[in-house]
Design a protein around this ligand. Structure first.
Ligand SMILES: [Zn+2]
Length: 418
């Protein structure tokens, strides 16, 4: 069996320098100017040196992008289910009222279409939440779980997809017994993470405890929709951090949204951020959907509804950014392009371009606990080549026709296109 080898020539790197990149067996093995194709060498012949040589014609070569928070099961529903009020509860109620219109086959088709769109934009890893809600005539049981696991398997080798069971509520107490049983069924069906919305439960602290317990029993990491509200009195992130620290929860913990942390005093932000850092919790900011859904009742000093990016980063928390919803009742726009998210992190989150890029690449990949794909020897060869002179320009222009490399194979884009 031959070893897959790829030589990417005439790449431009983020620092403006140019050179070539050799990839063997899915890993970067060599970087430098004017690398000779293996067939031209005499000292390195092993009999399986067949190497694909691709000229990038000066394209900017970057680590591939990661989408750390999506809802592939809802993608492209915007023209089927509208959200007339444009807020979070309006979106939730619209989904409830129209759930009967959604079939397993339709969910698979839309989810795969969304994932392939992301792939064409340079995304090689996606975490998606899957509605996991009691059927009771209007909710979907394990339909989304089955659909997204099917898409995960179809795209294996092209995109690494993690499926997170997103619990309905309540999931606690006597009333939540059936919901907890459904989550355990999702575990048996093969989900990769446990998730839920503690801030929508009757008791957020009890919900944090419940989700950590189910995840610990299942041996899975956890990713919670946390404090997706501008109400400063709701701050379950602090409770989550304390529980993770005190219990020594052994798997990765992600808190998504954390909107209400952004409306605390700077002192409270620092206090909570320190706890989150100590707990090793990653935070995912979701500017698209939070900018769309939050703060509609205020027409004066309208809030941006982003988490406390500066305090979290200063405390050493891994802060990433995702798109959340794409063209559905929660967000009617979105192109499946993390560079669009990065642009929002610049204008709404006040990050500078290089840092914004990190939130949709290295830091998002850290959320998913995947091996580094930095452009260095030993890095996983998940890469994207873009027609842009710099990271800033790539975010600003969002050029199409990207060349995408997954595990050392070109999986999207045509490098011969000029
Ligand atoms: Zn979400």
């Amino acid at each position: 069996m031959t070893t897959p080898r790829l030589l990417l020539r005439t790449a431009t790197f983020a620092d403006g320098s140019t050179g070539d990149v050799r990839i063997v067996d899915g890993l970067i093995t060599e970087l430098g100017p004017n690398l000779a194709p293996l067939d031209d060498r005499t000292s390195d012949r092993t009999g399986d040196q067949g190497e694909t040589v691709v000229d990038l014609d000066g394209r900017l070569l970057l680590p591939a992008l990661t989408e750390p928070h999506s809802h592939l099961d809802k993608a492209f529903l915007a023209d089927v289910i509208s959200n007339p009020t444009g807020d979070l509860m309006g979106a939730i109620e619209a989904m409830l009222a129209h759930r009967h219109l959604i079939t397993l086959e339709h969910t698979i088709e839309r989810a795969e279409r969304a994932a392939r769109l992301m792939l064409s934009n340079g995304v090689t890893a996606i975490r998606t939440h899957a509605d996991t809600t009691l059927e009771n005539g209007r909710e979907n049981g394990l339909q989304s779980v089955h659909a997204l696991i099917e898409v995960r398997e179809r795209l294996r080798g092209l995109v690494d997809i993690q499926v997170c069971a997103l619990s309905g509520w309540p999931s606690i107490g006597v009333a939540g017994a059936e919901q907890r049983a459904l989550l355990r069924d999702a575990v048996s069906a093969g989900v990769d993470l446990i998730g839920g919305c503690p801030h929508l439960e009757p008791d957020a602290a009890a919900a944090n405890e419940g989700f950590l317990s189910i995840a610990a029993d299942a041996g899975l990491p956890i990713d919670l929709h946390t404090d997706e509200t501008l109400d400063p009195a709701v701050l379950s992130l602090e409770d989550l951090a304390r529980r993770v620290i005190s219990s020594g929860f052994p798997y990765a913990v992600t808190a998504s949204h954390c909107v209400s942390l952004g409306v605390q005093t700077e002192r409270r932000q620092r206090e909570v951020a320190e706890l989150v850092a100590t707990a090793g919790i990653s935070v995912v900011a979701l500017p698209h959907t939070n900018l769309f859904l939050q703060g509609r009742q205020r027409q004066s000093t309208m809030p941006r509804a982003l988490t406390a990016l500066r305090a979290l980063s200063a405390a050493g928390v891994n802060v990433a950014a995702g798109a959340d919803n794409m063209q559905d009742p929660f967000n009617p726009v979105g192109r499946g392009d993390p560079l669009e998210t990065a642009a929002l992190m610049i204008v709404a989150g006040h990050l500078l371009p290089d840092e914004a890029f990190e939130t949709v690449s290295r830091r998002s990949r850290t959320v998913l606990r995947l091996a580094s794909n930095e452009l260095a020897v030993g890095g996983v060869a998940d890469l994207v080549a873009i027609r842009a002179p710099s990271i800033r320009a790539a975010i600003a222009m969002g050029p199409g026709s990207r060349v995408v490399v997954k595990s050392g194979r070109i999986v999207a884009g045509d490098p011969t296109w000029r």
